[in-house]
Design a protein around this ligand. Structure first.
Ligand code: GLA
Length: 744
């Protein structure tokens, strides 16, 4: 997969679908040659360096001009842009050197090609199951001035059009240097009239897609909130303007990181593009002491020559197979019910026991006790950090035993990275809060962030979690994070290190999550951040699912899930049926079935008719679970372009599929044909919408007319199932006798 042509100094990273070529030029710069569909060989001539000027420089005495060589920093596509040199399009690294200079210019030093993969220490990462799955190119660059080295890691996977990148800096001088910026990936490209797709959002409207043309003004997609990032998500697409869900060239980039991040992208004056992904360099200044190293998060590049759907399928597969905790990644998750929306802080032992019984009756498999079971917490203004059970309110042992006796799993909510000023631990250790108490710190949701840059605090929090999880037989944990950072200060790190707080905090969170998941490998973890803030590949390394949004109104839900689905597997998106009365129970269930399915309502308040529906659907959802969570996802109709959202999931063997539609607006007079995707054109399939059997080819070319049955605000779900051609007529006949609702 990776080869090096030592004569021409060209590296070729190729698998069956994708090729990436780079080259070491005469001056030792790493030149980007090609990225795209598999290409067997490349020529150096005129491929990439723009040949704009002669290469001339001043050697301290006189001008030296290499007549045989033309080079300009602006004229080439690089792998690692320098700072304060003739390339001014955005640096890969900015280092304050031992002499205070920030000129940062790395050139080729050596390289190594290995089987398998190298992981960034202390950070979440893509995993391999065997060394034959991937190969890694490690290129070591050296700073032109000092003993500072930079490793660039490129891992290519045999079976996926994916390249995983990260960087590691080595300070081999005998003094500290200060890192002001270090990228995980730089991707220079020839302009093909690209546009950018990013996700932005806020509480209650967690994710929305946004399309921006890539022009000569630099676009920045970033977050600087410290970790609860709603504003923008660390995953983007750049694609040819004409590319759509099914056609055209698409690149997807996603950082495996949960803190402040940044993507920069734009064109230079020659219409060459540069994309850089990094830990946000705003308020970032990191001391790398003599002989120490600094490692960046991973960034994955996914390539598709066949539109967005293909890129989505690749990142879904890759995340499920190589990132999520293995124990849960491909497994069915229990149907859960959460106490938050029905009870908020108002519950006791009997109420939860009743919830367990009611849940059991409905075929629900796990009850989650949300916020309010600890300290003196009866509102959101106290006790975070005091993870002692409030025995006046709940007898946790009794409740858990009762749950297990009834065959129901039991889960609990925690928010370990937070501290309330009104808590015992804050009285004893105000320095555990990551805030500057001299600056009237803003209390968001009456709370502050724990100083996880400090191991003492990590250990304190872990001991608290141990008290709970060692002594109670808990099956699931909802790990919340409900505020962003402000007025930050760490009395542990001191003023000098203010530029390190954000990143060190993320490392501390990962350390805590690592300790927790190693000690409790059987506890199913679901992270959350005021809904779906901090929804990223970093968190998914530890928790196989993340709460999709506090907004459970189905209209908004469809949009939130639609945007989330583009980058994240459906099995990772917590999607619950709430008591919202804007749609019918059936419609709400159908939407939630396309995520990790569960409930946020009081079953005691549900009508008998609705109960029947829930029981029936819970069985169906389990039956179809593998299609949604392990199948290939296709967008059929985007709600950004039409008045309805339509998607489908197809099993890998193409034998079963589920088709989802949601109607935002009734357009009675418009014909709506949705053409299905991903089926085998030569096989016959039964569909439960019209109870007919047609060839895959027909479904994919002609489509199905969904206009008539779809009223405003209505969902539609139907099953596609491969049938034996010989049995076609019989099945068609039989199917017609079965009511649609029964078969869905
Ligand atoms: C956040 C979560 C909710 C719930 C509350 C509890 O807002 O998103 O689901 O857990 O916290 O305080």
């Amino acid at each position: 997969m990776i080869s090096f042509d030592s004569r021409r100094k060209i590296f070729n990273l190729s698998n069956e679908e994708y090729s990436y070529y780079l080259h070491v030029n005469k001056l030792g710069y790493l030149i980007h040659l090609y990225s795209g569909e598999r290409l067997d060989d490349i020529t150096l001539e005129r491929v990439n360096e723009r040949y704009i000027e002669r290469y001339a420089y001043f050697d301290g005495q006189k001008e030296v001009c290499d007549e045989s060589y033309y080079f300009s920093g602006q004229g080439s596509l690089f792998e690692c842009g320098a700072n304060l040199t003739s390339d001014l399009r955005g640096a890969y690294a900015i280092i304050e050197h031992t002499d205070k200079s920030k000129l940062t210019d790395f050139r080729y030093y050596s390289h190594e090609i290995i089987n398998g993969k190298v992981n960034p220490e202390g950070l979440p990462h893509f995993k391999i199951h065997s060394n034959s799955e991937a190969e890694t190119l490690i290129i070591t660059l050296k700073d032109v001035k000092e003993e500072i080295y930079l490793n660039l890691y490129y891992t290519i996977f045999k079976k996926k059009a994916a390249l995983v990148r990260f960087s590691k800096l080595f300070n081999r001088t005998d003094k500290s240097i200060f890192l002001e910026r270090l990228a995980s990936i730089q991707f220079d490209f020839v302009n093909k009239n690209y546009e950018l797709i990013s996700i932005h959002g806020q509480w209650g409207n967690d994710k929305e897609l946004e399309v921006t043309p890539i022009g000569h003004s630099k676009i920045v997609v970033n977050d600087n909130h410290g970790g609860r990032g709603f504003r923008q998500n660390p995953a983007i697409i750049i694609k040819e303007k004409d590319a759509n869900y099914d056609f055209g060239e698409v690149y997807m980039f996603a950082l495996v990181y949960s803190g402040n991040f940044k993507f920069e992208v734009g064109l230079d004056e020659y219409d060459q593009g540069r994309l850089i992904a990094l830990i946000n360099d705003e308020n970032f200044r990191y001391e790398v002491k003599a002989k120490e190293t600094f490692v960046t998060p991973e960034c994955v590049l996914i390539y598709s020559s066949k539109g967005i759907n293909k890129a989505t399928q690749t990142i879904h597969d890759f995340t499920r197979e190589n990132l999520l905790p293995e124990k849960f990644a491909l497994k069915e998750r229990p149907i859960l019910i959460n106490s938050w929306e029905p009870f908020m802080f108002d519950f006791d032992t009997e109420k939860i026991k009743k919830l367990i019984l009611d849940a059991k009756e409905l075929g629900i498999e796990q009850v989650v006790l949300d916020d309010g079971w600890f300290g003196k917490r009866n509102a959101d203004n106290s006790s975070l950090g005091d993870w002692e059970i409030n025995k006046n309110k709940i007898n946790l042992k009794e409740v858990i035993d009762f749950s297990h006796k009834n065959g129901i799993k039991f889960g609990i909510w925690v928010e370990p990275e937070m501290i309330s000023p009104d808590s015992e631990i804050f009285k004893k250790h105000p320095e555990y809060a990551l805030c500057d108490s001299t600056k009237n710190p803003t209390l968001l949701r009456h709370q502050m962030v724990m100083d996880l840059t400090n191991d003492e605090v990590i250990n304190y929090v872990f001991e608290q979690l141990k008290n709970l999880f060692d002594n109670y037989n808990i099956d699931y944990c909802k790990w919340d994070f409900n505020r962003y950072f402000s007025e930050i200060y760490s009395s542990f790190l001191g003023r000098e290190k203010e530029g390190e707080i954000f990143h060190r905090f993320v490392l501390g969170s990962y350390k805590l999550l690592d300790m927790f998941t190693k000690r409790y490998p059987n506890v199913l973890l679901e992270t959350c951040a005021s809904g779906a803030g901090r929804f990223d590949l970093g968190m998914l390394f530890y928790s196989p699912q993340i709460w999709g949004s506090d907004e459970t109104n189905p209209y908004s839900r469809v949009m939130i899930q639609f945007a989330t689905n583009v980058f994240y597997p459906l099995s990772t998106i917590g999607a619950h049926v709430s008591a919202s009365n804007s749609l019918s129970m059936q419609d709400k269930i159908i939407i939630s079935a396309f995520g990790t399915y569960g409930f946020e309502l009081d079953p005691a308040k549900v009508s008998d008719e609705e109960k029947k529906q829930i029981i029936e659907f819970n069985k169906l959802v389990k039956q179809f679970h593998h299609i949604v969570t392990l199948g290939d996802y296709y967008v059929l109709s985007s709600p950004y372009k039409t008045n309805f959202a339509s998607w489908m999931c197809v099993t890998k063997d193409k034998k079963e599929a589920l088709v989802f539609n949601f109607n935002f607006k009734r357009e009675q007079t418009k014909g709506r044909f949705i053409r299905l995707k991903g089926l085998n054109p030569d096989k016959y399939y039964f569909n439960s919408l019209t109870n007919d059997v047609y060839k895959g080819d027909f479904y994919m070319k002609v489509g199905i007319n969904i206009s008539a049955p779809l009223k405003e605000g209505m969902t539609m779900l139907f099953v596609i199932k491969e049938v034996n051609t010989i049995a076609k007529t019989v099945l068609n006949h039989k199917a017609n006798q079965v009511k649609r609702e029964k078969l869905l």
